[in-house]
Design a protein around this ligand. Structure first.
Ligand code: 3PG
Length: 306
């Protein structure tokens, strides 16, 4: 079996060594392609392989067609919107993710961004504190739950809205479960986004929703670029000089936002929420184990297609 780790944004070296160890121990062949130049190099690399481990790398029908022997793709991470699930299912390729493995890393970054916003981007002026402020966790999955856990330590008052997660379970964590996104945005000065990018959520964080946020609103996005209505965000930031937006996924209109709102807008240059050695180890090793299990025992526990 040929197992390829193909990551445009590489894992920490330690994680790569540990992934290789899992693959070697299983008696499989380990292959590695990092920082590839573009799609042609990706298409070439997948030709002979039976399994691939990816991060946010795009796996579309072209890649799947080039990988004639491919049986499984594991996205070492949570969101799998970068994989064409229909195309994979049609070609009998299993797709899995590794839920929860990088959640703490992303949550820590979300809190760091909240502090950065509260302290006016560390510009030396008098800022504010997180203690006592209302935080709205938009979607209470693995990352959302970690954000709530850490925010408690800051003394924030935490609310959450999740269309699927039971309200009773949210409340068990000492978090107030709200019944709609509108209510969450209306209630909370800070909102941290943790919704996946799906047909339903794309552009769903729009002008109408953002306009409901209280004074000195701070929107934190460590989820996906696509969930934001970018034109609506510009409109709100133009209308509301108290509104801040910090994101780990560079918007398509980054230059415009930077120019118009230099003191209220921040984006990381490259998505780095899950870019810690711990998260790389967790997600990478889980991905390798899932592949070994899939081939040796037929385990499909984390499959997200088919
Ligand atoms: C995820 O969905 O797990 C995160 O967005 C991490 O993405 P990355 O592996 O590209 O850093």
């Amino acid at each position: 079996m040929k197992i390829l780790v193909v990551t445009e944004k590489p894992f920490a070296a330690e994680a790569v060594r540990k992934i290789k160890q899992v693959i070697d121990n299983a008696g499989f062949e380990f292959l590695l392609l990092e920082k590839y130049a573009g799609k042609p190099q990706l298409l070439d690399a997948v030709k002979e392989v039976n399994a691939i481990i990816i991060r946010s790398d795009i796996i579309d029908a072209d890649v799947l067609d080039a990988a004639k022997n491919l049986k499984i793709v594991v996205r070492a991470g949570a969101g799998y919107d970068n994989v064409d699930l229909e195309a994979a299912t049609a070609r009998k390729v299993a797709v899995m993710n590794t839920p929860g493995q990088n959640a703490n890393a992303v949550a820590e970054l979300a809190l760091a961004m909240m502090v950065y916003a509260a302290r006016n981007f560390f510009d030396g002026s008098s800022g504010s504190e997180l203690m006592g402020k209302k935080l709205g966790v938009h979607a209470y999955g693995n990352v959302g739950r970690n954000v709530a856990r850490i925010a408690k330590g800051f003394g924030m008052e935490i609310c959450a809205y999740d269309a699927f997660y039971p309200a009773g379970d949210i409340e068990k964590d000492g978090v107030k479960a709200l019944t709609s996104a509108e209510e969450l945005y209306k209630t909370c000065q800070y909102v941290s986004l943790h919704i996946p990018a799906t047909a339903e959520t794309k552009n769903s964080v729009n002008c109408a929703l953002l306009g409901k946020m209280p004074e000195n609103a701070v929107l934190i996005n460590t989820a996906r670029r696509e969930v934001i209505d970018e034109a609506g965000l510009v409109k709100i930031m133009e209308e509301r000089p108290d509104f801040k937006y910090l994101t780990d996924i560079m918007p398509t209109n980054d230059a415009e936002l930077k120019e118009k709102f230099p003191k209220r807008y921040f984006s990381t240059p490259k998505k780095m929420g899950a870019q810690t050695s711990e998260a790389n180890n967790n997600a990478g090793i889980a991905a390798a184990n899932q592949i070994v299990d899939f081939f040796k025992t037929g385990n499909t526990k984390f499959q997200v297609n088919g």
